[in-house]
Ligand binder design. Structure first.
Ligand SMILES: [Zn+2]
Ligand SMILES: [Zn+2]
Length: 507
């Protein structure tokens, strides 16, 4: 019977080192002949609907290294056409004829693209891996790093200056308008991901959990992230041009944070993003997974030159239990809504002391976006949402998506609770104090001490004191101690180490 289908697709040809010849990574789609005319593009071709870039996402196929090609169908001439890398000819592609179930095709060199493989065969030198630190050498946060290899150009991080307000600095304008092959972001903190919604001209990669949280944060602000936001996976190498990138999940005060290993042209660079070894994740296990030698280590150095306390989250939980036992009055926690590990620590302490746990709607949704074992209303007993003010629009919808919530009247009926608060909740705290006597309660300050200088934080702390709350500090850094940075350095044996994300003096 006559063939009823047109088959189109894309492929990579990967040299078969054992048997010789080629192995193929190929994708196909078939269309009935009857629909062929309507499907043709302006050139009269039916093409595979996805690009190599789409198919490659998340897979260990060197996007630009191996020769690639595509099979289209020419409706006018009734023939399959293969557009392929200059180093491939029809004899090389025998196996593909079976895969696509086609009998004949014409081959055309793809003029717009020559693989690294073909260039190397021609004797073109393989480009090296190079980096340029655009910002972050003398500041805590706001890293912007360019990593290049030949024509491939990657931007690492897309942070916003923390003291820049709504202003976009010249450096930020520059990276937003520069053409990159991809942007790779280590975690969702604003000093690493704050500009993510503004870069739409290339793929931007983050971890899947970080993406869910960034989505939630934009939804809360009535915005949407672009569909160029893609995800990478822990331990799964991916390729951007000829740069191989491997993410390694690490512990930090942001959920789903990664270290990133870049490799090209026989050289390697490990960028730590923000990390610590004293969190709930096992630092030793991460060290075992990392390479034992890299050419360049770019490490964060927030705590270099400081003696900040770096005790564990477990230790913090124990100290929180003691504080919660010390009074029968309410406990308020001033912490970042996106510090998921800290929510877990205080929730566990609340549970152990028989206290109800209140999260505001925003925090509840962040916890829900993180998912899994993260305490949140509707999934955890004794956890309720509250809203510190009347909300409208999307925020109101988000409030009603939660079933287990309590209003101020319900909350005021009891004293045995732990409530997560933020500096914007001064008025709410005062309202609570009008309904029930909260004096004698404790306000736990659980953030970086530098935030005390911010006017909104100052105002909140003053109000809490006036309402009779005792302030206690209980915080441990989200960043590695100076000793743990040394430990990492010893492990990865870098030829060269660069410290970013630091206020320490550097040579
Ligand atoms: Zn940071
Ligand atoms: Zn961070």
């Amino acid at each position: 019977m006559e063939q009823k289908f047109v088959r189109v697709g894309i492929f990579w040809a990967i040299p078969d080192e054992e048997e010789g010849g080629w192995k193929f990574e190929a994708y196909q789609k078939s269309y009935p002949f009857s629909a062929a005319k309507q499907l043709a593009n302006e050139a009269g071709l039916i093409e595979y609907p996805f690009s190599h870039f789409d198919a490659w996402e998340g897979k260990d196929v060197p996007f630009d290294f191996y020769p690639r090609g595509r099979i289209a169908y020419d409706v006018e001439c009734g023939v399959h056409r293969i557009f392929a890398d200059e180093c491939l000819d029809l004899d090389d592609l025998d196996e593909l004829f079976d895969f696509y179930d086609i009998e004949d095709a014409t081959i055309h060199p793809d003029k717009s693209y020559v693989s690294m493989f073909a260039k190397r065969k021609r004797g073109v030198p393989v480009p090296k891996l190079e980096y340029r630190i655009l910002r972050g050498r003398d500041k805590i946060g706001e890293n912007l790093i360019e990593i290049t290899s030949g024509e491939t150009r990657v931007l690492v991080e897309l942070g916003k200056a923390l003291d820049g307000g709504e202003e976009t600095s010249d450096m930020e304008k520059q990276v937003l308008s520069t053409k990159y092959d991809a942007v790779i972001v280590s975690h969702y903190h604003a000093d690493h991901a704050g500009l993510i919604g503004q870069k739409r001209d290339c793929p931007v990669f983050v971890g899947a959990g970080a993406r869910r949280i960034l989505d939630m944060m934009s939804a809360y602000d009535g915005k949407t992230l672009g569909d160029n936001i893609k995800t990478y996976r822990d331990g799964q190498p991916m390729w951007v041009g000829n740069i191989k990138i491997t993410p390694y999940l690490c512990d930090h005060s942001a959920y789903d944070s990664y270290m990133l290993l870049f490799e090209a042209g026989g050289r390697s660079l490990l960028y730590t993003g923000d990390f610590r070894f004293h969190g709930r994740k096992n630092g030793e296990k991460l060290l075992e997974r990392l390479p034992k030698h890299v050419n360049t280590l770019i490490t964060e150095g927030t705590n270099v030159g400081s003696d900040k306390p770096c005790f564990s989250e477990r230790e913090l939980e124990m100290r929180a239990v003691e504080l919660m036992k010390s009074t029968d009055k309410p406990i308020f926690i001033l912490q970042s809504a996106s510090n998921i590990d800290r929510i877990v620590s205080f929730y566990r302490a609340a549970k152990r002391t028989g206290r109800i746990f209140y999260e505001d709607v925003y925090t509840s949704h962040i916890a829900a976006a993180a998912g899994g074992s993260i305490p949140r209303p509707d999934f955890f007993k004794g956890v309720y949402a509250f809203t510190p003010r009347r909300v409208t629009g999307r925020r109101r919808e988000m409030l009603f998506e939660i079933e287990n919530k309590r209003g101020i009247a319900g909350i005021s009926k009891g004293d045995q609770y732990v409530m997560l608060v933020r500096p914007s909740m001064t008025a709410y705290l005062k309202k609570l104090a009008q309904r029930a006597d909260i004096s004698g309660g404790i306000l736990i300050y659980s953030m970086w001490s530098g935030y005390r200088e911010q006017p909104s934080v100052k105002q909140f702390l003053d109000a809490a004191r006036e309402l009779g709350l005792t302030e206690r500090t209980l915080h441990t850094s989200g960043h590695a101690s100076a000793q743990d940075i040394e430990k990492l350095k010893l492990h990865v044996h870098a030829d060269e180490t660069v410290i970013v994300h630091t206020s320490a003096e550097q040579k």
